[in-house]
Ligand binder design. Structure first.
Ligand code: ZN
Length: 133
């Protein structure tokens, strides 16, 4: 498997429209609009930084994964996403190595990316996302 770069860092927030002021007004990043991923019960907003991006995540439902995350741990960094050349190959390789996965097959992420999450129990507590664009 080939990791290309840190694609983005996912940050769970209560309210994107409120949280984005820091990233735009203070840090001077561009807000490229938000997108709702209905099946994940999440609204996302991306802010490019060089080759990587900051992704803000706001829950669209009280029982969504981001709402549950904030309930348990508060707002903050929720996952790290690595860009991969070929996500199917990467997942096959991880399975072969016995790595516990949340997604055995890729699902659809924001921006039409194909994404898959590794289980935090396999990564010393870090929720790792693989992302093929
Ligand atoms: Zn992500």
């Amino acid at each position: 498997m080939k990791l290309l770069k840190i694609d983005h860092i996912g940050i769970a927030v209560n309210d994107i429209s409120q949280a984005k002021a820091f990233w735009t007004d203070v840090l001077g990043l561009n807000f490229e609009g938000d997108e709702t991923v209905a099946e994940q019960k999440v609204k996302t907003a991306f802010f490019p930084v060089g080759e990587s991006e900051v992704e803000l995540l706001e829950s669209t439902a009280a029982d969504g994964p981001i709402a549950k995350y904030i309930e348990k741990k508060g707002q903050g960094i929720q996952h790290v996403a690595f860009g991969v050349e070929n996500i199917d190959e990467a997942l096959a390789e991880l399975k072969e190595k016995g790595v516990r996965l949340i997604d055995e097959t890729p699902r659809k992420g924001a921006g039409g990316a194909r994404i898959a999450f590794l289980h935090p129990k396999a990564t010393n507590g870090v929720l790792v996302e693989l992302c093929e664009r």
